[in-house]
Design a protein around this ligand. Structure first.
Ligand code: G6P
Ligand code: MG
Length: 217
């Protein structure tokens, strides 16, 4: 039975993907790197460090570690500054209502985001207190598509993995959920997320009723 729901953040609860894109674009321009929407697609759900590696590989350049460190800092500064524009209105339609509904029904919720800024984002959106736990990505050794962050999130809310559903917009995230042995709901297209147990294009359709059906399927 459904006892826990584990949420990715960027692209599931809020459209921060465009803010990550703008920060990477600014940093790439400044450093003479090519970066576009197509490369950005490959960064969804991927850690900051791994994202830079993808951009460098795309540009066929390799940088020394100190240069990488400096640029990672620069990117995060630009991203965090852009979070000033976030308000509670930026929560995707229906998501706040779902979190409230899950709480009312004693179903535990946890964040399983690869972002080190997950808490700040949730604070800005006014939804941090709607989660029972936030899995700490700093303590997780391997990132999505490995299952670790979802397993850590399930453990933090004390729910056995078979009673959890994970919600993700990124391909790497769906793979991580499936590797954790959990049911996976994708936010996006069936074409883009073929591994998911169910896919929704509109977050308004992500209801408790829907999640109950997925866990029973
Ligand atoms: C999420 C986003 C990625 C981002 C990652 C790290 O998974 O989908 O695009 O790179 O978090 O975010 P951070 O805030 O730690 O740089
Ligand atoms: Mg995401």
């Amino acid at each position: 039975s459904l006892q826990g729901v584990l949420f990715d953040l960027d692209g599931v609860i809020v459209d921060t993907a465009k803010l990550h894109f703008l920060a990477w674009k600014a940093v790439s321009d400044e450093n003479g790197l090519h970066f576009d929407e197509e490369v950005n697609q490959r960064l969804l759900g991927v850690s900051r460090e791994a994202s830079l590696e993808i951009i460098l590989e795309h540009n066929k350049v390799s940088w020394p570690d100190d240069k990488k460190k400096q640029v990672l800092k620069q990117k995060n500064k630009a991203y965090v500054a852009s979070l000033d524009t976030l308000t509670p209105d930026d929560v995707y339609p229906g998501m706040r209502e779902l979190l409230v509904d899950l709480k009312k029904n004693s179903i535990k919720t946890a964040l399983a985001s690869a972002s080190k800024n997950a808490e700040i984002v949730c604070l800005k959106l006014g939804i941090l207190d709607l989660f029972d736990a936030v899995a700490d990505v700093r303590k997780v050794q391997v990132s999505k598509p490995e299952p670790d962050i979802f397993l850590a999130a399930a453990e933090q809310i004390g729910v056995w993995y078979t009673n959890c559903i994970g919600v993700e917009d990124a391909k790497a995230g769906i793979t991580a959920i499936k590797k954790a042995g959990m049911k996976a709901v994708g936010i996006g297209t069936e074409q883009g997320l073929p591994e998911a147990d169910a896919v929704l294009s509109d977050t308004r359709e992500l209801t408790l009723d829907f999640l109950q059906k997925v866990i029973e399927s």
